[in-house]
Design a binder for this molecule. Structure first.
Ligand code: SF4
Length: 532
């Protein structure tokens, strides 16, 4: 039976009147007042209420209280036990959640877990983030026309494993689940498998392998992996989650080569299992069976990629308002940042909190991104990537003087070209070879070798943009982008996203989204404290 208390109608008697003036003032300046005043009545009760019957079954907890408690749990990064205690005993929590009845002041850890599972399954965490953030934006009057976008890497609670470690843990996970769910099939196992992969004792055990041993023992572990996959393929164990993982690791990390019976008739029944070289594997392969959703990026390591877009004040003369996160999305580490632009713009524009000017770093600054943003009425201000030649200290087209049609007028040494011409694909330029041969910049110049080079028209357009980015006007507009680095730092360290206690995409997404909302609540609280 559904319980939804009325939190909109005020009480005849103030339930908090027992608090003195000073404690009451503290309460009303805290995050608890922000939550109670702006957010408590905006929770998506209908979405979660549809899971329960209106008039049948045991009474539910007050849905506002439970959903609110789940948000406040992430706001403070509390464990389930701490959350239950806070609901029961903490005045701030009870004030925020408008708890006035004894039966509303208690929920057990299991109830909390059940509601959290329901929220995750129905993706209500994202609904809550959007609805409540929009409410904060309208309540405080935040201008979202100027926003900035960036990404950060976060890691779930998992160990870094070597490839041998991944193989061993995957086999071990399968064997343990097999014994738990299909004890009758354990008799099919080689007794040595259990000793080597689960007990990890005695001869041939993988656990104490040094890095050099690890490389040698990887093929042996791969063969065991293949043998187990084949052995249990046609048994009920093939339906186990850990078996699917076993098969996935085998497919991603190994190559099975069937032996040609003509070459070696004796080896017909034993295909060769070859461990793939690291460069032949995808970045989103299983790196730890404890968290198969995690992926790898050579630049950022293992984990998940979180995209965050937030508002900022574009006019120093106006009253400062808090910067609020308007969009948060969790994805695979191997997804390029440029793919996050359109979802971020779609999400915010659908809610009428989209930007008109968006600042982002060079990963979002491709021509496609700029065009896509412009088509949506957004000016994307992002620098173009630095060229490889610049990183190598060589001269680039930016160092040459060009005319309006893109032809070279002068080289960095001030010499005019001998000839220029244009074809449909390229612009060509040729200098005096005797001058170039004697030039001190010859080694680094585009014209090194034969005193000539060619370039595309698109390269001319990029040159124009790169040069414009060095102008004070661009730098002045772009300087506000760096503010999002502080937000990322707060998101990871103030909101504890750098020390997650969970694994898996859904659990990580749930926390990322609700902690971004929590950061917004803290920011609005700080704003109210500064202005009241
Ligand atoms: S190598 Fe030739 S084109 Fe290049 S800077 Fe020297 S003179 Fe100019």
């Amino acid at each position: 039976m559904l319980i939804n208390r009325d939190h909109d109608t005020g009480s005849l008697f103030d339930p908090w009147r027992y608090l003195g003036d000073k404690r009451r003032l503290l309460l009303e300046k805290s995050w608890a007042a922000v939550f109670r005043e702006y957010l408590l009545s905006e929770l998506p009760l209908a979405e979660i209420g549809s899971h329960f019957s209106d008039d049948f079954g045991r009474p539910t907890k007050d849905l506002s209280m439970v959903l609110g408690a789940l948000i406040l749990q992430q706001l403070h990064d509390y464990t389930d036990k701490e959350t239950v205690e806070a609901v029961a005993l903490n005045i701030q929590w009870q004030y925020a959640l408008d708890i006035q009845r004894e039966q509303d002041a208690y929920l057990c850890e299991r109830t909390l877990r059940n509601y959290r599972r329901l929220v995750i399954e129905r993706e209500l965490d994202q609904v809550m983030f959007r609805t409540l953030t929009d409410k904060l934006i309208t309540s405080i009057g935040v201008d979202t026309s100027h926003q900035r976008l960036d990404s950060t890497a976060i890691r779930s609670a998992m160990r870094h494993l070597t490839r041998l470690g991944t193989f061993v843990e995957t086999v071990s996970k399968f064997l343990r689940e097999l014994r738990r769910k299909h004890p009758d099939l354990v008799r099919l196992l080689d007794p040595d498998d259990w000793r080597r992969y689960v007990d990890r004792t005695g001869e041939g055990c993988f656990a104490p392998a040094t890095p050099s041993q690890s490389k040698r023992r990887l093929p042996a572990a791969a063969r065991d992996l293949y043998r187990l996959v084949e052995q249990f393929r046609s048994t009920p164990a093939a339906g186990l989650e850990s078996y699917q993982l076993l098969a996935r690791v085998l497919e991603e990390q190994c190559e099975i080569v069937e032996n040609d019976p003509d070459d070696d008739p004796l080896s017909r029944s034993a295909p060769t299992v070859i461990v793939k070289a690291p460069q032949d594997m995808a970045c989103d392969n299983v790196v730890n069976p404890a968290d198969p959703d995690t992926s790898y990026n050579a630049h950022r390591g293992l984990g998940y990629l979180v995209q965050i877009m937030e508002s900022f004040s574009g006019d120093d003369t106006l009253e400062p308002k808090p910067d609020l996160i308007t969009h948060v999305a969790v994805g695979k580490m191997n997804t390029h940042d440029r793919k996050a632009l359109v979802p971020a713009l779609s999400d915010t524009q659908e809610r009428n909190v989209g930007p008109l000017l968006l600042l982002a770093d060079s990963h979002y600054g491709s021509n496609e991104c700029v065009k896509e943003a412009a088509a949506r009425g957004v000016e994307l201000l992002a620098p173009i990537m630095t060229t490889t030649r610049t990183k190598q200290g060589k001269l680039t087209l930016e160092d040459f003087e060009l005319n309006a049609s893109g032809h070279v007028l002068r080289c960095p040494q001030g010499h005019e070209p001998v000839a220029t011409r244009a074809t449909s694909a390229y612009l060509h330029v040729r200098f005096d070879e005797s001058i170039c041969t004697a030039c001190t910049m010859g080694e680094r110049c585009l014209a090194s070798g034969n005193a000539r080079f060619r370039y595309r028209r698109a390269r001319v357009r990029n040159r124009t943009k790169r040069l414009a980015q060095q102008e004070p006007h661009f730098r002045d507009r772009y300087r506000m982008r760096s503010g999002i680095e502080a937000t990322m730092s707060r998101f990871k360290h103030q909101m504890n996203m750098a020390r997650l206690r969970v694994r898996g995409m859904e659990a990580v997404r749930y926390r990322a989204v609700l902690r971004a909302l929590g950061l917004n609540i803290f920011r609005v609280t700080a704003y109210r404290q500064a202005t009241c």
